[in-house]
Design a binder for this molecule. Structure first.
Ligand code: BES
Ligand code: MN
Ligand code: ZN
Length: 494
């Protein structure tokens, strides 16, 4: 992956004897006399850490805080970077990932940090399994080291070339090696998703998404073109696609479990609106600005499918994307048009900017026709969800509480907050149309749920969950986050 320009590895050795530009060690909050690896370095530095950094400078190990000091040749590394792990009792694997992201970001800003070595945080006093710890360090380092600088003349990271975990115990190194492999895999999926969602819309077209899917040679991939989409009766999806000169693509990627008895069949649907102008109900400039991100969920599904052969979950997984643009071209669908979805449900277009649910409607029908056990759709679906939950948590709705609970748990384990929204039947009223089976929008109040209730019209006889990532997929100044990737990977592996 060229968006991360360094390697993460592990070697057996002594921290103080290993040459490096930067040595990363840690400090739990409130510790005055460090023990373990940090203690050893403190001694090697004649008590510089305990007496000066902690004693005089007041560095207190608060979560995510960083202190850098020179070593004046007392150890093999030129500088020591101490990262605060926060309170020992609050420390967990998510925090380790977060801290690792912060550390690498700091290193990337340093002038001389070609080679960074690090203690295996958490494996000592933290009490973590070395494999898990290494996995989180690798994952955080590789996602934190991500930079979308493809279009920058001056690249963001030219400094860090190597990140090496150093441990003197052979057994720890072995476990760390396998942990790094796992962490790298997850980071690859997350960074893959970020890359696609950060891309300019002129690049990440429906055709491009289809090409990417088709490049996954080890999966069964079928891409339906406009004629085939028409034949399948996906009138809702096609309605949205009409206003753009970019042809729509319906993408179906299939992964078969290597074991004889897969536990279940799952369909993952990612909203793939490659640009959302709003259509004829055009968005104002400030709302349209980041609408290249309206395919973030499709990018997440592609990211997952890009590593699924190596991930090897014991289930059958269908990745589905109805990819198109929502544009106000001369042949655009209009407010008042009536579209017929694949399952025959007729939809009066109330607002052309509620396009995601129309494309998802046909994708849901397609998924149900596959006779899978579970369908999870993920989408940058509603501004209302973003207003309700902000940029910290995604919303979830569905028809099966156990599945929802599990998804929320899998999110938490991956550091992704998901909050359940109800699907109150009362709100169905506002979706009623005088001339069709339903409208595509209802009242502005409860907008995230109304979208969920609309989607429910296209779900038949399967366990279904809908994750709204409108607030979490793309953050101002930070760009794409890869929202949903970790949650869904954990879910497939559970
Ligand atoms: N893609 C947007 C939702 C969105 C908004 C995503 C902000 C990310 C950030 C979606 O297609 C949309 O336009 N939704 C409308 C629906 C409305 C017309 C009922 C919205 O939320 O305003
Ligand atoms: Mn829209
Ligand atoms: Zn949209």
């Amino acid at each position: 992956m060229d968006s991360v320009k360094f390697n993460v590895s592990v070697t057996k050795g002594l921290l103080e004897k290993t040459p490096a530009n930067v040595l990363v060690i840690n400090l739990f909050e409130g510790v005055k006399i460090p023990a373990g690896a940090t203690g050893a370095i403190d001694i090697a530095l004649d008590g510089l850490i305990s007496k000066f950094v902690i004693g005089k400078e007041g560095f207190d190990g608060k979560f995510g805080s960083i202190y850098v000091l020179p070593t004046y040749g007392k150890i093999a590394a030129e500088k020591v970077l101490i990262v605060g792990l926060g309170k020992n009792k609050d420390f967990n694997l998510n925090r380790l990932r977060e801290v690792s992201e912060k550390v690498i970001k700091k290193c990337m800003k340093m002038n001389n940090a070609k080679k960074v070595i690090s203690v295996l945080h958490g494996a000592g006093i933290g009490g973590f399994d070395p494999e898990q710890a290494a996995r989180m360090i690798a994952e955080g380092t590789l996602t934190g080291g991500y930079a979308f600088d493809k279009y920058k003349s001056e690249k963001k990271n030219t400094k860090v070339q190597d990140f090496v975990i150093v441990d003197m115990v052979e057994e720890n190194c072995k476990k760390a090696k396998s942990g790094i492999k796992k962490g790298k895999l997850i980071a690859d999926a997350v960074n893959f998703a970020k890359n696609l969602a950060n891309e300019q819309p002129a690049y990440a077209t429906p055709t491009k998404l289809a090409e990417i899917a088709q490049s996954f040679k080890d999966l069964e991939v079928k891409v339906y073109d406009k004629n085939e989409i028409e034949k399948m009766g996906m009138g809702a999806f096609l309605g949205v696609a009409k206003g753009s000169s970019e042809p729509p693509k319906f993408i179906h990627m299939k992964y078969k479990s290597p074991t004889k008895n897969p536990t279940r069949k799952i369909a993952l649907i990612g909203k793939g609106i490659c640009f959302d102008s709003g259509g004829l109900d055009i968005k104002p400039p400030s709302s349209m600005l980041n609408m290249k991100d309206d395919m973030s969920a499709a990018a997440a599904v592609l990211g997952i499918m890009s590593i699924i052969k190596e991930l090897k979950p014991n289930c059958e997984v269908h990745g589905l994307i109805a990819a198109c643009e929502n544009m106000p071209g001369a042949s655009a669908y209009k407010p008042g048009d009536i579209l017929t979805a694949k399952n025959g449900v007729t939809i009066e277009v109330d607002n052309t900017d509620a396009e995601g649910r129309l494309t998802l409607a046909d994708a849901l029908c397609y998924a149900c026709d596959l006779e899978v056990d579970e369908v999870i759709d993920i989408a940058t679906l509603t501004g209302a969800c973003m207003v309700a939950l902000g940029t910290v948590a995604s919303g979830i709705m569905g028809n099966h509480q156990t599945m929802i609970d599990k998804l929320i748990k899998c999110g938490a384990a991956g550091g992704e907050k998901i909050w359940q929204m109800p699907l109150f039947e009362e709100y169905k009223e506002s979706l009623k149309s005088d001339i069709a089976d339903t409208k595509n929008t209802g009242s502005r109040m409860g907008g995230a749920q109304i979208a969920g209730l609309f989607l429910q019209n296209f779900v038949k006889k399967v366990r279904w969950a809908h994750i709204d990532i409108a607030g979490t997929a793309f953050i101002e100044k930070k760009g794409a986050t890869g929202a949903g990737v970790r949650t869904l990977i954990n879910y497939l592996m559970s």
